[in-house]
Design a protein around this ligand. Structure first.
Ligand code: FE
Ligand code: FE
Ligand code: MG
Length: 165
């Protein structure tokens, strides 16, 4: 971003870049958790689950893109080394060591709930001084809310199925 654009965020630039880099770490870990989850998941409703996980992986990658672009505009450096993802993450990484549909869905629901909390906090911070980042965070937050809802509705169908027999 040009010098005038950066004046919008003023003294908050450094803290903002740090928050966005932490969110960037979350997005990459979420991307991989969905991507690998879609490869290994097993059990009833596997097809539907794979389709949802694959779509969410693509969304998380797009979020990473949005964050990295904004970090650069702010004069910051997006995380350059993947070894820092685990160091900076807010929401961590849940390896799908148990590939059963229900477990994978529950792990990813937990991840989305953490993402919703994280972006809500970033939104509170940026809305005071940075309408550009605010707009980006609102878009991402809307996706995370949709992700949680999508996964919970598959999980509900899964639970209902047990009683339909
Ligand atoms: Fe995301
Ligand atoms: Fe998400
Ligand atoms: Mg979805």
């Amino acid at each position: 971003m040009g010098t005038r654009g950066r004046q919008l965020v003023g003294d908050n630039a450094e803290k903002l870049v740090d928050l966005l880099n932490r969110a960037l770490a979350d997005e990459w870990l979420a991307y991989y958790q969905y991507w690998i989850g879609a490869k290994v998941v097993r059990g009833p409703m596997k097809g539907e689950t794979i389709a949802e996980l694959t779509q969410h992986a693509a969304d998380e990658l797009r979020h990473a893109e949005m964050l990295a672009t904004r970090i650069i505009q702010l004069g910051g450096t997006p995380i350059l080394d993947p070894s820092r993802w685990k160091e900076l993450t807010n929401c961590g990484y849940d390896a799908p060591t148990d590939p059963f549909v229900k477990t994978v869905l529950e792990q990813n629901i937990k991840g989305e709930q953490c993402a919703i909390s994280t972006y809500s906090k970033i939104l509170e911070f940026v809305k005071e001084f940075d309408p550009i980042t605010e707009q980006i965070v609102v878009q991402i937050l809307a996706d995370e809310v949709e992700h949680e809802d999508d996964l919970q509705s598959i999980l509900e169908d899964f639970e209902d199925m047990k009683f339909a027999q």
